[in-house]
Design a binder for this molecule. Structure first.
Ligand SMILES: [Zn+2]
Length: 421
């Protein structure tokens, strides 16, 4: 008998002592605030102390704040919560954390790592981007992922007891469970269902990778918590969208990586030789649009994976590109909802209740922008200053990110392929 209940997110348990905050007692004065839900009226003084947001009060010009060591003038500027990337892969810890942090991405959720032993080394470092991880993701022998990415044997679920496999992940430090619905060789529908059930039994969210319509059907049928990626072959039917919504499933479409694959001459050449289906961006965008319009929560994620493959979105920067793609007319999400999808919504869903909002008591993970991101989502790139856990980030990419880094036209994407990470 299968128990297909979607588990409720659990409270955060990092297993590590909280990092000791070192950031100075800071006040950002007279700033416009997007608090994780909406752009607040009036201007605000936001006080940071001991790594937390201490106070958020309506600005009163000239008022002295006792004990503040650093005063930052926020006049004409916009404060948003640190961004959350709901789909990364941690390869090199240093590259991952610095890449995320310098672009204001203060939390990265790893969706399948290659060395479970290092999971805890990548989280809770003072002043650095924080992470959570799925640990090893589930696949079967000879699947595309197993062959191309040389996934560890611990990922193989061919002949394992599903409860034992999930228990091993939990013991290894996994915060949620990741399954890969690969085609044509991958876990069967029965195997996916049993793994999702096993995750539910230990109150872990389950995330299923699906990149075409068939694997989307399988992922939906498994009743997993999160569908990740978007179909590159066919737009999913409205009936499936209705089921996704009814089952309270959420989607992390990673459009930035879908777009990159669909526009890569390299990928097209390989697909032609291997007779893989021809990848197209249109069904991915149309499917996300349909899910969003039906009320399915869409979270910002990028599938950044360092130099693991020839196509690689850049840590941190790709979050800004993903937000732009979600706002583009073919998907049509309003900037306010995209900002929620990169802050408060994933924080709540993944049980990270200490972040994602600008409210007293929350982690002082915040980004100061020179322009209004609600007016134009591309203003998320106009970074003035970043604090992580109250600590000013020394490598923040300030100023307008140059056009060649932000453009999503074909030649730019193609040039990214050959850029060292
Ligand atoms: Zn991935």
């Amino acid at each position: 008998m299968c128990n297909h209940e979607v588990p409720q997110p659990t409270a955060e348990k990092s297993g590590r002592p909280a990092p000791k905050p070192t950031g100075p007692h800071t006040v950002i004065k007279n700033v416009t605030v997007f608090d994780g839900t909406e752009l607040l009226e009036e201007t605000w003084d936001v006080e940071l102390n001991e790594g937390k947001i201490q106070r958020v009060t309506v600005s009163k010009s000239g008022e002295h704040i006792d004990g503040a060591v650093e005063i930052v003038d926020g006049t004409g500027r916009y404060l948003i919560p640190g961004l959350i990337d709901s789909h990364i892969h941690i390869t090199d810890i240093e590259k991952t954390l610095s890449g995320l942090g310098m672009f204001g991405v203060t939390t990265g959720l790893d969706m399948g790592c290659f060395n479970e032993a290092t999971l805890r080394d990548a989280r809770g470092i003072n002043g650095r981007a924080d992470t959570r991880s799925a640990g090893y993701s589930a696949t079967v022998a000879q699947s595309t992922h197993h062959k191309l990415l040389r996934m560890p044997d611990a990922s193989l679920v061919n002949n394992v007891d599903e409860d034992d496999w999930v228990a091993q992940r939990v013991q290894g430090g996994s915060d949620y469970i990741k399954l890969i619905a690969d085609m044509p060789i991958g876990p069967s529908q029965d195997k996916l269902n049993k793994l999702v059930d096993a995750a539910n039994r230990v109150n872990k969210l389950s995330v299923v990778h699906a990149v075409n319509a068939q694997s989307y059907h399988m992922a939906v049928a498994s009743k997993c918590s999160v569908l990740t990626h978007a179909p590159l072959d066919t737009t999913i039917p409205q009936s499936l969208v209705t089921t996704i919504h009814a089952q309270n499933q959420v989607c992390v479409p990673t459009l930035v990586f879908m777009h990159m694959q669909a526009h890569s001459l390299l990928v097209t050449a390989v697909d032609t030789i291997t007779r893989h289906f021809r990848r197209s961006y249109t069904p991915a965008a149309e499917s996300v649009r349909a899910m969003f319009q039906a009320g399915v929560p869409i979270f910002v994620g990028t599938d950044c994976h360092g130099d693991l493959g020839p196509l690689a979105p850049k840590y941190g920067l790709a979050v800004h590109e993903e937000m732009k793609l979600l706002c583009d007319p073919d998907v049509g999400m309003p900037p306010t909802q995209v900002l929620q999808s990169a802050t408060s919504l994933p924080a709540t869903f993944f049980g990270l209740h200490d972040r994602g909002s600008i409210k007293p008591g929350f982690r002082a993970d915040i980004v100061l922008l020179d322009a209004n991101p609600v007016e134009n989502i591309q203003n998320s790139r106009r970074i003035n200053k970043i604090w992580i856990n109250g600590v000013p980030h020394p490598l923040a990419k300030t100023g307008l990110i140059s056009a060649d880094q932000t453009s999503s036209n074909d030649s730019s994407w193609f040039s990214w392929v050959f850029k060292p990470n």
